[in-house]
Design a protein around this ligand. Structure first.
Ligand code: GUN
Ligand code: ZN
Length: 648
């Protein structure tokens, strides 16, 4: 069973419950070859802090001495490792070194009998160059074996491998079938050749296809991924576990792993590394070490580099800058840059997991930043949810200092004095209606002052779309006094555009969906503003406090009175999370909604959305912030679905 603790999009920090206790993900499982131990498992546990390793049951089973030892003492005693031990089935060996007489039932039972915590099905490794027919036929066998293994696993957790070569539909289908079985971990398999040949863009497609078909409450293991330069990207796409034989294999080859790539000691001119293994050594010293010692030092370096990168990735999940980290990491190698660009194809899928806002501002790192789902989200909501005020003139501004509405105040006032106008700003997100200038990520984003060509082209293109698509009687681009003179000739009278009221309405629809403003603001609206900065704090309707506006991200915090109005005005299941009767009292008292009590939810709910917790009769129970998507709420057995702020 898995519990989600923190997340950013598909990336997540989870707790996997095993009989050896809890395993925190994302995590790396160093591969232990029981016949050739480079770093002792005990050292991995005590010194490095690895809480899980992976070893190969096929190697153990094929060596009579080790086999008897494992059966007699159990894996943990034999390897002297107190943490979680996962075993692989021998799929990879039999695939690489020719068919061996392996039987799924026997190898699964063997893993169970030697006390493996997570055993693996004997899946069929489908190569990237296999035909679709051959791949499909092999998946049938993999699925049948997975079904058989699920019956045999006993107390052991079972890893059922998603195969499907490079065919997204087969990957997704295989993942869906596995999700119906009693399986605990879902590795994505058959990807080693993609990684070895730097086909990272295809790797992205494979991971996304698998994620689409997998249940969200199971950890996803990227089989054979052990290079730290891949971790950030793979975690961003929802991978939770990795295994590395590379740390030892590369070390035996005198190769150091860095976030920038892998380098041979012969080619290196200096060893600039402060990891615990390298500290105090220079390159000449390492070169002069006897081979076994050199291999051990490089292996330790490789493990520290991997470990530190996973810690960095976890920090990024908590702080909300994982996209920035991934974009930096993907500049280590052109093939990773291809992968980053390839993510653009999957924007619509990623948007479903895109939070309403983040603590961290959005930093532009290059043209690939436009692939982030935050850009798609803004454009999509503008089209689907935003309604232009019916003014005569639509005035467009070049992008000024943020927040736009404050910088443009004097210009807007002079325009409104002579014409009935509304205002937009041309930004890298597309045209931004002035009243939405403070919602995430418009205000909370940073671009270089000197705009690159892609940004300029993109901005110009979207400005042009606006010029063609608007429904004002007249559109104009602000050019100072000249524009005022021009307006004086054409327009009759002054404008009544009230940015505060427009903001209150636009944010409601943008955040809660079309029709929300009407439902929420039906009555006499009054605003409480902060005294020192001219900013909306609270919105009252007929004297009732319905929402507060957050300074950090420009969105609303819902109050009970506001929730009641939205419930009345927006049909079910809009913005609702439905809970079972036995949860109702609990949540009314202000306590969080746990997944196991959720019976349904709006599929349009996004992470960090303000939601209404209701009972089966659609009566308000509480308000709070969604921590999961609908599918996740319905799937997870454990963990918080809605962080409740106020019970009704
Ligand atoms: N190790 C690396 N790739 C694979 C795979 O596809 N299946 C199994 N069982 N182990 C692997
Ligand atoms: Zn080092």
């Amino acid at each position: 069973m898995m519990e989600l603790i923190r997340r950013d999009g598909l990336a997540r920090i989870c707790r996997l419950h095993t009989r050896r206790g809890e395993l925190e993900t994302p995590c790396l499982l160093p591969v232990i070859n029981p016949r050739l131990i480079t770093i002792a498992p005990r050292e991995l546990y005590d010194t490095f802090g690895f809480r899980a390793i992976i070893t190969n049951s096929y190697i153990i089973r094929n060596d009579p001495r080790i086999r008897e030892d494992a059966l007699a003492r159990g894996l943990h005693d034999m390897l002297d490792f107190p943490g979680v031990i996962m075993t692989d089935s021998g799929t990879f060996q039999s695939h690489m070194y020719g068919e061996v007489d392996l039987i799924n039932r026997e190898i699964v039972e063997f893993q169970r009998d030697i006390g493996s915590d997570i055993g693996t099905v004997l899946d069929i490794f489908a190569e990237p160059d296999w035909s679709k027919e051959r791949t499909a036929a092999s998946i049938d066998i993999t699925l049948e074996r997975s079904r058989e293994a699920a019956r045999l696993k006993g107390e052991m957790l079972l890893a059922g491998v998603v195969q499907g070569s490079v065919y997204p539909d087969l990957r997704e289908m295989c993942a869906r079938r596995l999700s119906e079985m009693d399986i605990d971990v879902n590795p994505v398999g058959g990807v080693v050749p993609l990684m070895e040949n730097y086909r990272f863009s295809e790797l992205v497609d494979v991971i996304v296809a698998a994620k689409k078909g997998l249940r969200p409450d199971r950890p996803v293991h990227l089989f054979g991924a052990g290079h730290p330069m891949l971790f950030a990207l793979a975690v961003l796409l929802g991978c939770d576990m990795f295994d590395s034989a590379s740390y030892a294999k590369f070390a035996r080859d005198d190769r150091f792993m860095f976030l920038e790539g892998t380098f041979r000691i012969q080619d290196m001119k200096a060893l600039e590394c402060n990891c615990p293994a390298c500290t105090g050594h220079d390159l000449e010293e390492v070169r002069a070490l006897p081979p076994a010692k050199r291999t051990a030092l490089i292996a330790r370096h490789n493990l520290w580099t991997s470990k530190m990168e996973l810690e960095r990735v976890k920090r990024a999940i908590m702080e909300g800058d994982l996209w920035e980290l991934v974009e930096r990491r993907c500049r280590s190698h052109p093939a990773l840059l291809d992968a980053l660009r390839g993510i653009g194809k999957h924007q619509h899928f990623l948007e479903r997991y895109e939070p309403l806002s983040r603590d961290h501002a959005l930093f532009y790192t290059g043209a690939e930043t436009f692939n982030r789902p935050a850009f798609l989200r803004f454009r999509k909501r503008l089209i689907e949810r935003y309604e232009h005020p019916a003014t005569e003139v639509g005035m467009t501004f070049e992008e000024p200092e943020k927040p736009y509405s404050r910088t443009l105040r004097p210009a807007m006032d002079s325009i409104l004095a002579i014409s009935d106008a509304h205002f937009q700003v041309i930004s890298p997100f597309g045209p931004v209606p002035i009243e939405l200038d403070e919602v995430y990520p418009i205000s909370q984003s940073l671009f270089p002052k000197d705009r690159d060509q892609q940004t300029r082209e993109r901005t110009d293109r979207m400005a042009e779309e606006l010029a063609h698509g608007h429904n004002y009687k007249m559109g104009a681009v602000w050019d100072g006094e000249e524009t005022l003179d021009f307006l004086k000739m054409f327009s009759q009278g002054s404008g009544g555009f009230d940015i505060d009221m427009a903001r209150v309405r636009a944010v409601a629809d943008y955040q809660f969906g079309k029709g929300a403003a009407e439902a929420l603001l039906d009555g006499k609206v009054s605003l409480v503003k902060s005294r020192n900065v001219d900013r909306i704090r609270n919105v009252l309707v007929d004297g009732e406090h319905v929402v507060s506006m957050r300074a950090e991200d420009g969105f609303y915090t819902l109050k009970l009175a506001g929730a009641r109005r939205l419930l009345k005005g927006l049909p079910s299941p809009h913005m609702r999370v439905v809970v079972q009767d036995d949860s109702v009292e609990f949540n009314r008292q202000g306590r969080n909604v746990f997944c196991s009590f959720v019976t349904d939810a709006d599929p349009e709910i996004r992470l960090q959305d303000e939601v209404m917790v209701v009972d089966k009769n659609d009566a308000l129970v509480a308000i709070g912030r969604a921590q999961l998507t609908r599918d996740e709420m319905l799937c997870f057995q454990k963990g918080v679905a809605v962080k409740v702020r106020e019970g009704a």
